[in-house]
Write a protein that binds this ligand. Structure first.
Ligand code: GLV
Ligand code: MN
Ligand code: MN
Length: 421
């Protein structure tokens, strides 16, 4: 028998995507500012819950500020739900597509499956996760980590943004209690598995001329803060041999470690943020904090790189009589995705007559956290010019609709699988 094919409501997708794209748009046309626990991000969650209610789904939230919309044809509400979705926060000056696509596509897929009347054997859930991105508090993937029980509460308690606002206070402003985050883990038993549609955020699909990819693994991400401690002093009068210039040590570390990374396959690293104290042209900077983002799908390479970075920072500090300290503040291990479900994505693409390839994701995703505790899978659609985390981020309507069709078909295939009792 031919597998069931169901259509999606394209107008619903396009209108809903356009409505979400109104929230948190930068007033100067510089993309989006839906940073975690900002008014705009919380507004996007409220919008999501309203949309879901209008569709007749049952809406709930948790202590992490995640929002969910459930639809179940079953009398037994204890059966774990197949969950589809993404996140609603953006990086500063981010795009409308990273996260937004996955949430709107999941609503569209859930609506299509519900309207089709096809009988299925599990509840279906649409998820909008909190703080996937992390640049504000350094707490990326907070929502999915809370669900999977992977949160480091010590780090979360210390988290604050550049303005000194503590995560705890930012959450409290929206009625969420940071100390209740560990309770979120109790909801994990309500999740059967997770599927996320996302833009690729890189150039590989576009260059290959292919519309879709099934993701085989999500990269590991380690973010490390190097703190160089020297002594502030006068930029003119301090003798050369007395200068404890922490910014020079940081710059030397950037050069040395970048050369190591460039010569190592399967490893990338980004020196993305520097905070210099006192940040004045005529003062030798007495303290510099340098934040690195290091990625690899290979956990051993991540460990090697971490050791190398600390060594190089110390070596760069020695000539300036500076002390350097390294601290991991965000750590997500690499995550292979579910092989069987990746195969179901490919089989579903075949049903829809759509070409598909396989890719590793070098971006982090909630699927890379949930994939450690429940079966998880991902679908990518092309990003124009491979640009993401920038205002120019773009994927065409046609590409997004193809991805949404594949998400719908894959979700249906898994929902209609026989349930092991
Ligand atoms: C999140 O999008 C990341 O890859 O940093
Ligand atoms: Mn994303
Ligand atoms: Mn992102």
């Amino acid at each position: 028998m031919d597998p069931t094919k169901i259509g999606i409501d394209q107008d619903f997708f396009l209108k809903t995507f356009a409505a979400l794209a109104e929230i948190g748009r930068d007033p100067n046309g510089q993309g989006y500012q839906r940073l975690a626990w900002s008014r705009a991000e919380r507004e996007a969650h409220r919008w999501f819950r309203n949309q879901s209610e209008q569709l007749g789904f049952e809406v709930w939230t948790d202590h992490a500020g995640n929002s969910f919309a459930d639809f179940s044809p079953l009398a037994d509400s204890e059966v774990p739900a197949l969950t589809i979705g993404s996140h609603l926060d953006t990086v500063p000056y981010g795009g409308a597509f990273d996260g937004g696509l996955g949430v709107v596509a999941a609503l569209t897929a859930a609506k299509a499956i519900r309207d089709s009347g096809v009988p299925f054997k599990r509840p279906l859930r649409v998820a909008a996760f909190t703080d996937e991105e992390g640049p504000r508090f350094g707490t990326g993937l907070l929502g999915s980590k809370a669900v999977s029980g992977a949160l480091d509460m010590d780090l979360v308690r210390q988290a604050q943004d550049v303005d000194g606002i503590r995560l705890q206070d930012a959450m409290a402003e929206f009625g969420c209690d940071l100390e209740s985050l560990p309770l979120v883990r109790q909801t994990l038993k309500r999740f059967y598995g997770y599927i996320e549609l996302h833009i690729e955020q890189g150039p590989r699909l576009e260059r290959a001329g292919l519309p879709l990819a099934a993701v085989t693994a999500v990269t590991g991400i380690r973010q490390i803060r190097l703190t160089f401690q020297g002594k502030s002093n006068h930029a003119g009068t301090t003798p050369k041999e007395d200068r404890q210039n922490t910014l020079r040590a940081a710059a030397e570390t950037i050069a040395q470690f970048s050369a190591y990374v460039d010569a190592t396959d399967n490893l990338v690293a980004n020196p993305g943020r520097v905070q210099v104290h006192p940040n004045a042209t005529n003062v030798v900077p007495g303290e510099t904090r340098l934040d690195w983002d290091i990625r690899s799908p290979d956990p051993q390479l991540l460990d090697q790189a971490t050791r190398k970075l600390a060594q190089l920072a110390q070596a760069a500090s020695a000539p300036f009589h500076i002390v350097s300290e390294d601290k991991i503040f965000h750590d997500v291990p690499p995550c292979p995705l579910n092989e069987k479900w990746t195969g179901i994505i490919e089989a579903s693409a075949k049903v829809l007559n759509l070409p598909i390839t396989r890719l590793v994701s070098w971006a982090g995703h909630d699927a890379g956290v949930l994939g450690r505790v429940i079966p998880s899978a991902m679908i990518f659609v092309p990003s124009r010019d491979g640009i993401s985390h920038a205002p120019e981020e773009f994927s065409s309507d046609a590409a997004m609709l193809e991805g949404t069709r594949l998400l719908t078909q894959t979700t249906l295939a898994i929902l209609t699988e026989r349930r092991a009792e």
